[in-house]
Design a binder for this molecule. Structure first.
Ligand SMILES: [Zn+2]
Ligand SMILES: [Zn+2]
Length: 278
C-alpha cells in the first residue's frame, strides 16, 4: 500500500471515530437509543436540546427563558447552528465511505497492536539488562559504551531476548498459538524478555558486551571528579575537534578518530583490532 494511501486510511479512521462520538452525544441525552439508531432521530434530539440551549443567541432565545424553553420548540431556520451540529453536518458521510473509514481504523489498530509488542519487548530487554545484568549480576559493563571497535557487532543477550520476545508475542497476537493466548501477547512479550535477558547473560557469561576495554588513548576517559574529560582531540579523518569520550585511537594511522568517522568507515581501516578485555 502506498504511503499516501496509508496516511489517508489513518486520518479517515480517526475522523470516523470522532464522528461516531459526536453522534452519540445527542442520542444519549434525548433517548436510550443505541449507536445504530437512524440518523434523523438523533438530529431531532439534537434540535430539541438546541431549543433550550444557552448557545442560542439573544434574538433566537427571545420567546423563552434559558432552561425553561426546552419543550420541543423548533429551531428558527435562520438561527445559527450549534457548534457541535456544525461539526456533525460537516463530517457526515455516506455508508460506503463510513465503512472505508472503519476499515482504515481497524488497519491502524492492527499495526499499532502488533508494533506495541515489539516496543514492550525492546523496553523490557533494555530495562532488564540495566537493572539485573548490570547492577545485580554485574555481567553488563557499568559504563555505557557506544564506539565501534569497542563493542561486538552482535551481543546475543539483547538480540536473542528481543527477537524471541517480540517474535513469539507477535505470533500470539496473530492467533498462531490459538485464540486463548491471543489477548496475552503483550504479557508474553514482557515475560519472555524479562526471563531471556539475564539467562542469555549468564549463558554467555557477559562475554559479548565489550570487544576491548582499552581505546588506545592514554588520557583517562573521566576526569578526577568522575565527569567525562573535556580534553579535546583532532579527528584525523574529518579534521574536527572532539572531546575525549568521543575519540578512539587509530593504530593504522597513529592518530585519533571520532566516533562518527569510525562508524562510517567502510573499509574498517581506523577500527581497533579485538583485544582481550582487562
Ligand atoms: Zn571525524
Ligand atoms: Zn585512521
Amino acid at each position: 500500500m502506498p504511503r499516501s494511501s496509508l496516511l489517508a486510511h489513518i486520518l479517515q479512521g480517526i475522523f470516523a471515530d470522532r464522528q461516531s462520538k459526536l453522534q452519540e452525544v445527542p442520542a444519549g441525552q434525548g433517548s436510550a437509543s443505541s449507536g445504530s439508531a437512524p440518523v434523523p432521530e438523533k438530529r431531532e434530539g439534537l434540535q430539541r436540546r438546541w431549543a433550550g440551549s444557552p448557545w442560542r443567541t439573544a434574538g433566537t432565545r427571545a420567546r423563552g427563558t434559558w432552561g425553561a424553553g426546552g419543550g420541543g420548540q423548533a429551531r428558527d431556520s435562520d438561527s445559527p447552528l450549534h457548534p457541535q451540529e456544525q461539526v456533525h453536518r460537516s463530517t457526515r458521510s455516506s455508508p460506503p465511505v463510513h465503512r472505508t473509514r472503519e476499515a482504515g481504523g481497524e488497519a491502524v489498530n492492527d499495526i499499532l497492536g502488533f508494533y506495541s509488542n515489539c516496543a514492550i519487548a525492546w523496553v523490557v530487554t533494555v530495562a532488564t539488562d540495566i537493572g539485573i545484568n548490570k547492577y545485580l549480576l554485574k555481567l553488563s559493563p557499568l559504563q555505557p559504551e557506544f564506539r565501534r571497535g569497542m563493542l561486538y557487532a552482535v551481543n546475543p543477550v539483547g538480540v536473542v531476548a528481543f527477537v524471541a520476545a517480540s517474535g513469539l508475542s507477535i505470533a500470539m497476537y496473530f492467533h498462531a498459538l490459538g485464540d486463548t493466548f491471543q489477548p496475552y501477547s503483550p504479557v508474553a512479550a514482557a515475560v519472555i524478555a524479562f526471563v531471556l535477558t539475564p539467562l542469555m547473560a549468564i549463558i554467555t557469561k557477559g562475554k559479548y558486551y565489550l570487544r576491548r576495554t582499552d581505546d588506545g588513548i592514554n588520557e583517562p576517559l573521566l576526569d578526577g571528579d568522575g565527569n567525562p574529560s573535556a580534553l579535546t582531540y583532532d579527528c584525523h579523518v574529518c579534521r574536527q575537534e572532539f572531546e575525549r569520550p568521543d575519540m578512539t585511537a587509530c593504530l593504522t594511522h597513529d592518530a585519533t578518530v571520532c566516533s562518527l568517522c569510525l562508524s562510517t568507515d567502510k573499509t574498517a581501516d581506523h577500527v581497533l583490532s579485538p583485544a582481550p578485555t582487562t
